[in-house]
Design a protein around this ligand. Structure first.
Ligand SMILES: NC(=O)c1ccc[n+]([C@@H]2O[C@H](COP(=O)([O-])OP(=O)(O)OC[C@H]3O[C@@H](n4cnc5c(N)ncnc54)[C@H](O)[C@@H]3O)[C@@H](O)[C@H]2O)c1
Length: 359
C-alpha cells in the first residue's frame, strides 16, 4: 500500500462495549484517523458516542447509509458476531477498508465471503487479533522465529473462567447471533495465538466436545464479564459453556483446547503452552516463559518485569499503519477462514461424536 498523506476517514459501526472500551480510546489518540460517522441500530447509542467523543461525526442507524458515503475510507465493525460478515462484505464492495472485531464470522462460508470480497475489491480486511499484540506474544514470536524452540510439535491452549458468562440471555448466549459460546468467543483469541506462534500450520482435522451446564443457574453470570453484551432476563441460552477438543495440523502438530465461561475451577486463566524440540513455552495471563537446556543445564528464559498485556491498541495501530503504507498486515484473511473452519468443525464434531476432517 502507498504512503498516505491525508487522514483516514473512518466510520464505527456498533457503539457497544468493545467500541467504547477499546476502539474509541485508540482513535481519539491516533491523529492519522478522523472518525466521521458512528452507527448503531439503536440510534441513541450512536448519538451518545457522537455527543461524548466525536462531535463532528454523522450519526446513522442503518449501516447501508454509511456504505453509500463516498468520503468514508474505512469501516470498523463492532457489532454482534452474526453481522460481521454481512457488514464487512457490504463495506468492501463499497470500496472501504475494513477492521472487524473477532470472531471473523459465524460460519466458514461467511468468512470465505469476506476474504473473497477483500480480494475482489483489493481493499484491506483485518480482524481483531489483540492477543498477538500483547507484549509477551510479541516477545515469544521473535524468540520462536529465531528458531529457539526448534520444531513445535504439540501444544495446549485455553481460556477458562470460573464464572464469566457475557450478557446472559442476550446475543452472546443466542447461537443464531453469536455462532456459539466460549469456543467462538474466547477460542478465537487463544487458538489464534497458539496457531500464529506455531507458524500458522493448516488445520486438517478436529475432535471436540461441548457442554452446557450453567444456562439455568441464575447466579452463574455474576461476574465482571457480564458487562459485555446485555443481560436479557427472559432471553435465550442455547450455546455451550464449556468446550474441549483436539486440533490436528498438516505438519503433524496437535493442539489441545479448553474454553469455558463457567466451570468449577479455582480461578480464571488464559494460556498457550507449546512444546518444541529445543524449548517449551508457557504463555499465561499475559506473561511468558521458555524452558530449555544448555550444556546439560536446564534453563528458564522470561522477560524481566511486567509486559503490557491487552493488545487492542497495537492491533488497531497495525490497521492504521497498513493504511498509511508503513507496515504489513499482521493478519491475513486466509488465517481467518482457517480459524472459523476449526471452530465450525469442533462444533460439528461435538454434535456427531466423531472426528471431523477439514477440507
Ligand atoms: N477483542 C476483544 O477483546 C473483544 C471483547 C469483547 C467483545 N468483542 C467483540 O466485539 C463485538 C461486540 O461486542 P460488545 O461486547 O461490544 O457487544 P455489545 O452488545 O455491547 O455491542 C454491540 C453493539 O452493536 C449494535 N448493533 C447491533 N446490530 C447492529 C446493526 N445492524 N447495525 C449497527 N449496530 C448494531 C448494538 O446495538 C450494540 O450497541 C462482538 O463481535 C464481540 O465478540 C471483542
Amino acid at each position: 500500500m502507498k504512503k498516505r498523506e491525508k487522514k483516514i476517514r473512518l466510520a464505527i459501526v456498533g457503539c457497544g462495549g468493545i467500541a467504547w472500551g477499546c476502539h474509541v480510546p485508540y482513535y481519539k489518540r491516533d491523529a492519522r484517523v478522523e472518525v466521521v460517522a458512528v452507527c448503531d441500530i439503536v440510534k441513541g447509542k450512536a448519538e451518545a458516542m457522537r455527543k461524548e467523543r466525536f462531535p463532528k461525526a454523522a450519526v446513522y442507524a442503518d449501516y447501508r447509509e454509511v456504505m453509500a458515503r463516498k468520503d468514508v475510507d474505512a469501516v470498523d465493525i463492532c457489532t454482534p458476531n452474526d453481522l460481521h460478515s454481512e457488514i464487512a462484505v457490504a463495506a468492501l464492495k463499497a470500496g472501504k477498508h475494513v477492521m472487524c472485531e473477532k470472531p471473523d464470522a459465524v460460519s466458514p462460508e461467511k468468512a470465505e465471503a469476506m476474504k473473497a470480497a477483500s480480494e475482489k475489491s483489493k481493499k484491506l480486511l483485518m480482524v481483531m487479533r489483540n492477543n498477538r499484540f500483547a507484549g509477551a506474544s510479541q516477545f515469544a514470536r521473535k524468540y520462536i522465529e529465531a528458531g529457539r524452540m526448534g520444531e513445535i510439535y504439540a501444544g495446549r491452549c485455553g481460556w477458562q473462567r470460573r464464572r464469566g458468562i457475557p450478557g446472559k440471555g442476550g446475543w452472546f448466549t443466542t447461537k443464531a447471533k453469536s455462532g456459539g459460546g466460549p469456543l467462538i468467543d474466547l477460542g478465537v483469541h487463544m487458538i489464534d495465538l497458539a496457531v500464529w506462534l506455531m507458524g500458522s500450520p493448516r488445520p486438517v482435522a478436529v475432535s471436540g466436545n461441548t457442554f452446557c451446564k450453567f444456562a439455568n443457574d441464575d447466579g452463574a453470570s455474576d461476574s465482571e464479564h457480564a458487562k459485555f453484551g446485555e443481560v436479557k432476563a427472559d432471553g435465550i441460552f442455547d450455546v455451550e459453556d464449556l468446550a474441549m477438543g483436539l486440533i490436528r495440523f498438516d505438519n503433524g502438530a496437535v493442539l489441545q483446547i479448553e474454553f469455558s465461561w463457567a466451570s468449577n475451577i479455582k480461578a480464571e486463566t488464559r494460556f498457550v503452552e507449546l512444546r518444541g524440540t529445543k524449548a517449551g513455552m508457557n504463555w499465561k495471563d499475559g506473561n511468558v516463559e521458555f524452558y530449555s537446556e544448555e550444556n546439560g543445564v536446564l534453563t528458564d528464559v522470561a522477560p524481566a518485569g511486567v509486559m503490557p498485556d491487552h493488545g487492542h491498541d497495537g492491533n488497531l495501530k497495525n490497521f492504521v499503519d497498513v493504511l498509511c503504507g508503513v507496515a504489513e498486515p499482521s493478519y491475513t484473511p486466509r488465517q481467518g477462514v482457517d480459524m472459523i473452519k476449526i471452530l465450525a468443525a469442533l462444533y460439528a464434531s461435538a454434535k456427531s461424536g466423531r472426528e471431523v476432517v477439514i477440507g
